[in-house]
Design a protein around this ligand. Structure first.
Ligand code: MN
Ligand code: MN
Length: 448
């Protein structure tokens, strides 16, 4: 099938202008919601402003009602009730809102050679060498013993300090430069440089106590409070246009907030659908979806039971159509050797569909049936949505997974459907504005 650049396909219309305008709002979101908690906050506020009820505040639901559920401040379900009974199945779009990053260790504060540091433990699949010598910000919460929550956000305000992990100067890196890329920067060296002034009144550990004093004065948190904190180290800086033609968006966290945002915006366009439309935003996808905020837990089933206590979940799921909305690996001519071009998503040519992910012999993956794919082709063709079927690189090259298999295991028909990226999992990932907008259009048509 011929792949056509969407701006060319729609030339002479307002398509490109609409895509560009859509991405202006998307960039704002990326800039303010760099963690799963901040994403949940962002979407909850927007849902409320658009007439959604918290499921805890409402019991009787009728077609057209809008309702949401927040799970432990880190994952969420947003829903517009359809005309048909829940057991006729739902149209589900599932994305994730966690991204690869550095987490602070439980006891992070330390000092070494006149510098204070925060020790980290990386989360998700990162290339460690990409996280040194680049501006970083801290986001998260510290929950104190009395239950009080202190929010941390340092590094993106105009006058905020930033943080960094240092790298070796090339002059002394002759050994490092010959090491394997997996070994050049060991995990324990991902220490966030946090200060260098001594505590003028301390006798030992001067720099560490100086840092602890600042934390106490500015945030009223003690060293022990880090035990009950979730603080994430992420790239500092805004989402930006990329290229002379401003055709692309470079940002931290496209994976997978690009699908979360486009799916959520799509749901806002859903009035009274035939089938109940659900957007699920999961946490912990980058580490295998386990845990009570991840897709392997039961917060979707919990939500459906809250919606209708008598519901037969298995029947709902057996009749459910799901887009597992996650990013895909766009064909990158600079690394052409790992792609099989015919089955790779091409930038700017529309939504990427993957019937399966996994690695090598399709290991660790569900697979969308021919019947389901045919149904989806019909929906998208009827709505003039551009889509491209793809795989993740060459067969023997590697692989990956998404939340698709966990939803398929519940009995639903699932296909991966999302936006293709360059530099996936890098501190700054790249997406094409046309693909972002087309994903939004696709989700609108799927949930209508
Ligand atoms: Mn992802
Ligand atoms: Mn990922």
């Amino acid at each position: 099938m011929k792949k056509e650049h969407l701006f060319k396909k729609h030339k002479g219309t307002d398509y490109q202008a609409k895509a560009e305008a859509f991405c202006e709002d998307y960039k704002q979101f990326l800039t303010v919601a760099k963690t799963e908690r901040l994403s949940v906050e962002y979407f909850e506020a927007k849902a409320k402003a658009n007439g959604f009820f918290n499921i805890a505040d409402k019991t009787d639901f009728k077609a057209g009602d809008k309702v949401y559920y927040i799970n432990r401040n880190r994952s969420a379900v947003f829903c517009v009730i359809g005309e048909e009974d829940l057991e006729a199945g739902i149209n589900l779009v599932a994305a994730h809102i966690d991204s690869p990053r550095l987490d602070l260790k439980p006891s992070p504060v330390t000092e070494e050679g006149g510098f204070s540091y925060l020790r980290t433990h990386y989360y998700g699949g990162i290339k460690k060498y990409q996280w040194v010598a680049t501006p970083l910000a801290l986001y998260g919460v510290v929950v104190k013993k009395n239950g009080e929550t202190v929010k941390i956000a340092i590094g993106d305000g105009e006058n905020d300090p930033i943080f960094m992990v240092t790298d070796l100067l090339p002059h002394l890196a002759s050994k490092q430069m010959t090491q394997k890329m997996t070994e050049g920067i060991p995990g324990e060296k991902l220490m966030v440089l946090s200060g260098s002034n001594p505590d003028l009144n301390a006798e030992s550990d001067e720099v560490k106590t100086a840092l602890l004093k600042i934390l106490e004065e500015k945030y009223q948190i003690t060293e022990e409070d880090f035990y009950s904190a979730e603080i994430e180290v992420v790239p500092a800086g805004k989402a930006r246009d990329l290229g002379f033609d401003r055709s692309m968006v470079a940002s931290y966290g496209h994976d997978d907030r690009v699908c979360a945002y486009t799916a959520f915006e799509g749901l806002l366009e859903t009035k009274t659908p035939k089938k109940t439309a659900v957007v699920l935003l999961a946490d912990r996808e980058e580490v295998g979806s386990m845990g009570n905020s991840g897709m392997q837990s039961r917060f979707l089933e919990y939500f459906l039971e809250e919606l209708k206590p008598s519901v037969r979940i298995n029947k709902v799921m057996a009749n459910t159509l799901c887009l597992s909305s996650d990013v895909a690996a766009a064909y990158d001519p600079m690394y052409a050797e790992v792609y099989e071009k015919q089955n790779s998503p091409i930038f700017g040519c529309g939504l990427t569909l993957l019937r399966y992910t996994g690695s090598r012999g399709k290991g660790g993956s569900s697979e969308a049936s021919a019947e389901m794919v045919a149904k989806l082709r019909r929906i998208f063709d009827d709505n003039d949505i551009a889509y491209q079927f793809a795989e993740l690189g060459k067969v023997d090259e590697g692989g990956g997974g998404t939340v698709a298999q966990y939803i398929a295991n519940l009995g639903a028909d699932v296909i991966d459907a999302g936006v293709a990226l360059l530099s996936m999992h890098a501190p700054y990932e790249i997406a094409h504005k046309a693909d972002i907008y087309e994903a939004y259009r696709a989700y609108v048509s799927f949930m209508a």
